[in-house]
Design a protein around this ligand. Structure first.
Ligand code: GDP
Ligand code: IMO
Ligand code: MG
Length: 429
């Protein structure tokens, strides 16, 4: 068997959590391969709502094994909160949640540094979720990180103190009052004490070498689904750098983040909203500042699942979508939040851009330094409520034309349309 991949094609929050949950019954294993608690993946079923940050979205199926891969960053404080939320719903996930020994830890001082760095950037801030992602990945690549497996060694305490001293020195270069930075609304020392307590929790979880575990699983013909976090336009190499996250959110990241060989990758499900959103700073060519933007935000309930920040909204951006399909090698598209577009007189799609007076359908090298003017094609809207629709045939004709146009432009079939946050509000094409 091969490993299928599900990942976001835009700026994150496409609805990955919902679809991973929908697809999980078809898989034996669901695995996160990058990112960390900057992610917020929402799952709704039977009038219940969960937001997962580190735990894979396959966790609601007791038959599936869920793996936090080596490419993921783990914050014990946040993981503890996630586990407690599941426990209060009667779920004991400790039997089917495995964590890679090679996953790196987010230390309290990584979060401190994230805040200090962002403040120092002033107007140029990334709009980070402040979960310590950038500083923790920096330590990983500069070979200073601490891994989950290190918790079981005697050197842990020494490595932790060394890292903390180094981080304090760094923070003091930016802000003399760095110890006044609050984390989770708490003074540093108080937060750190809680964080240290939660290390016991990680010690209690089942640790694996994900590369061996998954290679064995593939030999046994098990089906694996890799769950992306963030989105392609936030990829550290191919996103709108520097307004990106610090990992490879694209399909290539699956191999590094789980220890899988490229030849073992199967289908690549690319998931996108019927329009666009972005949370945090950075270029967003089709962003709307008018009533339509507000309407998308309100109808789509576009507020971040991790930080609660309002998401910026705009029309679908085809050059960006085509770019994401190309980078990831997407084999099937999934369109999310189609219901949100009902009620507009007209719906627009950016087909290309004007940059420096010239038409282009490519993403410019640095879209925050040039003016990228989208050129739109306008479609007649539809008024019907889609949230109860169960089959493609029952969808309004104008919406079908919208879908067909996107498919023909992108050259990849749309295999799923989502018409509401609930598991059941999913139409397979
Ligand atoms: P993720 O990070 O990609 O998993 O997405 P988020 O959970 O951050 O954001 C997606 C939001 O849209 C969540 O609140 C979902 O419950 C919701 N959602 C998912 N699919 C749909 C849909 O088809 N229609 C509507 N209206 N909401 C949806
Ligand atoms: P999911 O998995 C949307 C954005 C932040 C910021 C930038 C860098 O839920 O789709 P970071 O915390 O990584 O330093 O932030 O990336 N960002 C996300 N936006 N969805 C996410 O995850 C995101 N994770 C990070 O808003 O602009
Ligand atoms: Mg999200």
């Amino acid at each position: 068997m091969k490993t299928d991949v599900l990942l976001g094609l835009q700026w994150g929050d496409e609805g990955k959590g919902k679809i991973v949950d929908v697809l999980t019954p078809q898989y034996d294993i669901v695995a996160r391969f990058q990112g960390g608690p900057n992610a917020g993946h929402t799952i709704e079923f039977e009038d219940k709502k969960f937001v997962l940050h580190t735990i894979p979205s396959g966790i609601f199926n007791p038959k599936s094994i869920n793996i936090i891969g080596n490419g993921v960053l783990v914050d014990p404080f946040i993981l503890d909160k996630e586990l407690k939320r599941l426990k209060t719903s009667g779920m004991d996930v400790t039997k089917n949640l495995f964590i890679s020994r090679k996953a790196h830890l987010i230390l309290p001082t990584h979060r401190l540094l994230d805040t200090v760095y962002e403040r120092a950037k002033g107007e140029k801030k990334i709009g980070s979720t402040l979960k310590g992602i950038g500083p923790a990945y920096t330590d990983k690549t500069s070979r200073n990180g601490i891994r989950v497996g290190d918790l079981e060694t005697e050197q842990f305490q020494e490595s932790y103190s060394e890292a903390q001293n180094r981080h304090f020195k760094l923070a003091s270069l930016y802000d003399k009052n760095y110890l006044k930075v609050e984390i989770e609304g708490l003074p540093f020392a108080q937060y750190e004490a809680l964080w240290l307590e939660k290390l016991q929790l990680i010690k209690g979880l089942k640790k694996i070498d994900s590369e061996y575990y998954l290679a064995e699983a593939l030999k046994e013909n098990k089906k694996i689904l890799a769950e992306g976090a963030q989105g392609t336009m936030l990829d550290v190499d191919f996103g709108s750098y520097p307004f990106v996250t610090s990992s490879n959110t694209t399909s290539a990241g699956v191999c590094n983040g789980l220890g899988l060989a490229p030849s073992t990758i199967g289908s690549i499900f690319g998931i996108f909203k019927a329009y666009c959103t972005r949370v945090g700073s950075g270029p967003f060519p089709t962003e709307l500042f008018d009533d339509s933007g507000k309407e998308l935000q309100v109808k789509g309930n576009e507020f971040g699942a991790t930080t609660g920040r309002p998401r910026r909204c705009g029309w679908l951006d085809l050059p960006a979508l085509k770019y994401a399909v190309m980078i990831n090698g997407v084999t099937e598209l999934m369109m999310m939040k189609a219901d949100v577009l009902s009620g507009f007189d007209e719906v627009k799609v950016a087909t290309h851009y004007i940059v420096d007076g010239k038409e282009t359908n490519k993403i410019p090298f640095s879209c925050n330094q040039v003016v990228v003017e989208p050129v739109y094609q306008t479609f007649p809207g539809w008024q019907e409520n889609l949230t109860e629709v169960k089959t493609f045939d029952d969808l309004p004709e104008n919406f079908k034309n919208y879908i067909r146009f996107i498919e023909s432009e992108v050259g990849v079939p749309i295999k799923l349309v989502s018409v509401g946050p609930d598991r059941e509000q999913t139409i397979l094409l």
